[in-house]
Write a protein that binds this ligand. Structure first.
Ligand SMILES: C[S@@+](CC[C@H](N)C(=O)[O-])C[C@H]1O[C@@H](n2cnc3c(N)ncnc32)[C@H](O)[C@@H]1O
Length: 227
């Protein structure tokens, strides 16, 4: 990721002082670059977290699977994974906490800046507002949404509901692994879910991107039990 200095993008809050460039390239050096507006205030939803860089790269590498998919990103923040999904041909809804209007407005700016037509919607985990009943995604994304243990039940209530709303759907999330695999095992049993794939987030990341990141980040694909 490259960061640039002060930006002067029209209409952007003055606290959003940085743009970062994110490159996605295949082995023939064909691909695209996305520009993300960030605030260096370290607000949770206005900064590109490492989990997001890793999940976005995974979407790019699995792009044939995302082309034509109906994708929903939870806790999207600056939305890099969802924007990559849109770029490779998915129909994408980007969501974040209903109460965080600054984050939701910034998601809209990311779409405009990258000429991507995504739906932006408030979706607070564990809250059953009417629009959630119309979503039916077949791929749900979430980067760094497993960080506050007090929010896990609300998050997984929403994820389980969404998985039930579309047969064969999957939740793909990246998270900082601080407890071995016990956390995922616990959540799978509690919510009647099945861990389909669990991989080291750095195992597929190009060296150039990995060099700027650190930590133990895992990527997990989760489905309903029996699917
Ligand atoms: C650590 S940030 C990750 C942001 C982005 N996915 C990334 O990786 O760069 C967590 C995100 O979850 C959102 N969030 C936190 N609690 C939430 C809730 N109860 N409902 C919906 N979104 C929530 C925050 O607003 C924030 O955008």
């Amino acid at each position: 990721m490259e960061r640039e200095g002060e930006d002067d993008v029209a209409g952007v809050d003055s606290s959003l002082t940085t743009t970062s460039l994110h490159h996605f390239r295949d082995s023939d050096d064909v691909g695209f670059t996305l520009t993300i507006l960030e605030s260096m205030k370290e607000d949770y939803g206005l900064f590109v977290w490492p989990c997001s860089v890793i999940l976005a790269e995974y979407v790019w590498q699995q792009r044939s699977r995302f082309s034509g998919a109906n994708v929903l990103e939870l806790g999207a923040g600056t939305s890099l994974p969802g924007l990559v999904a849109a770029k490779v041909g998915a129909t994408v809804t980007l969501t974040d906490d209903c109460n965080r209007t600054e984050v939701l407005a910034n998601i809209g700016r990311q779409c405009d800046l990258n000429n991507l037509n995504c739906k932006v919607q408030g979706l607070t985990w564990g809250v059953w507002d009417a629009p959630i009943f119309d979503l039916h995604p077949n791929i749900i994304l979430g980067a760094d949404v497993l960080y506050d243990t007090t929010a896990f039940d609300d998050l997984f209530a929403t994820v389980t509901f969404l998985l039930q709303s579309y047969p064969g759907s999957v939740f793909i999330t990246t998270y900082h692994n601080r407890s071995g695999h016990r956390l995922i095992e616990f959540l799978m049993v509690k919510w009647g879910l099945n861990c389909m794939k669990l991989i080291d987030g750095f195992s597929f990341l190009p060296a150039q991107k990995a060099s700027g990141l650190s930590g133990n980040i895992q990527l997990v694909e989760i489905a309903l039990n029996g699917e």
